[in-house]
Write a protein that binds this ligand. Structure first.
Ligand SMILES: Cc1cc2nc3c(=O)[nH]c(=O)nc-3n(C[C@H](O)[C@H](O)[C@H](O)COP(=O)(O)OP(=O)(O)OC[C@H]3O[C@@H](n4cnc5c(N)ncnc54)[C@H](O)[C@@H]3O)c2cc1C
Length: 407
């Protein structure tokens, strides 16, 4: 039986592990945390997953939460006006297939237990390059799914051509809250923009505590939402978060009056540097390992693509591995495997990178037209499941304006 070691028990690593296990491979997962530590640990993501990604989990029989999670039926989109009185653009679109959000702590702890109960081998350790050497010597293939950050940045070098940013483009604050009296809000993902300041978005989420709302403030560095340094306690973070929402996104503050953090570990403050890496890493011994998920491509959360991409990556690698039969998992195979995934991921990467810039005139014209033409709003919402439509529709001003003329 062919053996595969996967470093990292997150969205990409565990989905690949469970999929490869089902396909008959001998899989070892290396995780720096046990299932219990993941479940009781800090919140990790907003993880809005769209239909195509969800369908991959369902096909593998691994989406266990369909009966409990709130299907998100609408995208509610707004842009604040320049005099801070209200909104210059606002519309609601319908998702044809509802996305949803399951707390990664809930999902990954369950999946890790599932992997072990199905006979998978689990090593609890924080793997370093020496460990990768050992796994590469012992296993037919090593996948590195250790998430974002710099820990393997020397191994997987930055692909400068596809990485326009060298610094984080947003200061992020994510908090899961329970509303006052657990009142239910519309089942929508709400995305608000305040030009020159940043974004505020929220959605219903099934968390380790049950149903909550996941709220994210995403601030332009140096701006008024970039104030988290030194604010460490979750109550203080929430008080600051709430006052920023009231000041910059006043139209969307009311639903969260009286809300409370859902749990003591339910806030995450940080910054993400968007980066595309060369996914084939060469170890000091000359052996090769292959990066996946955020370790290969990290996008800012603004476009809600990272966890979706992690799933596409896992499924694409799974297909490539199975298609490869008994072939050698050498550097050439790894490069082909990654290229197949990049063909999908490049669209999401472009979308997320562009969303970090002030919207161009033709994009603003499109977002304004969406107020009067539901088909524009619905197409915009569908783009997050099918980011290749962004390139076909909104990158070139002429194409975007030609479409508007057909309305
Ligand atoms: C605030 C915020 C909101 C987001 N919202 C969305 C969204 O709405 N939609 C969306 O699609 N994406 C979203 N994302 C992005 C998404 O969470 C990530 O892209 C996705 O989780 C990446 O999955 P992964 O498996 O690559 O890495 P991770 O989920 O980071 O998993 C990596 C795992 O590896 C483990 N690990 C790390 N180093 C080692 C090591 N050396 N040895 C062993 N184990 C190790 C970690 O503990 C972790 O369990 C958001 C991210 C943030 C920060």
């Amino acid at each position: 039986m062919r053996s595969i070691a996967i470093v990292g028990a997150g969205q990409s690593g565990l989905l690949a592990a469970l999929g490869l296990q089902q396909a008959g491979y001998d899989v070892t997962v290396v995780s720096d945390r046990s299932a219990e530590a993941i479940r009781t640990g800090r919140v990790m993501s907003g993880q809005c997953l769209f239909e195509t990604a969800l369908s991959h989990e369902r096909k593998l029989g691994l989406h266990f939460w369909d009966d409990e999670v709130t299907p998100i039926s609408n995208l509610c989109f707004s842009i604040g006006d320049d005099d801070f009185r209200g909104r210059s653009v606002t519309w609601v679109s319908q998702f044809e297939d509802p996305p949803s959000s399951v707390d990664q702590r809930l999902k990954m702890s369950r999946w890790l237990d599932e992997f072990v109960s199905r006979g998978g081998e689990l090593h609890i350790r924080r793997a370093d390059t020496d460990d990768l050497e050992k796994y590469a010597a012992e296993y037919d293939l090593v996948l590195v799914a250790a998430g974002r950050g710099d820990q393997f940045s020397t191994l997987f070098k930055r692909d400068a051509e596809n990485s326009p940013y060298e610094e984080p483009q947003r200061a992020l604050a994510l908090i899961y809250v329970s509303t006052a009296g657990d009142s239910e809000l519309p089942p929508q993902v709400t995305f608000n923009i305040r030009h020159g300041v940043g974004e505020f978005y929220w959605m219903p989420t099934l968390s380790v505590h049950g149903p909550v709302y996941g709220l994210c403030l995403s601030g332009i560095p140096g701006g008024p939402l970039d104030i988290w340094q030194g604010i460490t306690g979750i109550d203080e973070q929430w008080a600051t978060f709430e006052s920023l929402v009231r000041k910059y996104f006043a139209w969307d503050a009311e639903p969260f009056a009286g809300a409370r953090p859902a749990g003591p570990m339910d806030s995450l403050i940080g910054r993400v540097t968007p980066v595309v890496r060369n996914a084939v890493g060469t170890l000091p011994s000359g052996r090769h390992v292959l990066a996946m998920g955020d370790t290969a491509i990290t996008n800012d959360p603004i476009g809600g693509q990272g966890a979706n991409n992690a799933i596409h990556c896992a499924v694409s690698y799974l297909d490539s591995i199975v298609d490869h039969g008994n072939g050698k998992f050498d550097a050439e195979f790894m490069a082909r495997c990654y290229a197949r995934y990049w063909d999908h991921a490049r669209h999401a990467t472009r979308l997320c990178n562009d969303l970090l810039l002030p919207p161009k005139d033709h994009v603003l014209e499109t977002l304004t037209a969406a107020q009067f033409h539901p088909q524009v709003a619905n197409r915009f919402a569908a783009m997050f499941d099918n980011p290749s439509d962004y390139g076909e529709w909104l990158v070139e001003p002429d194409t975007a304006r030609r479409y508007l003329q057909t309305l």
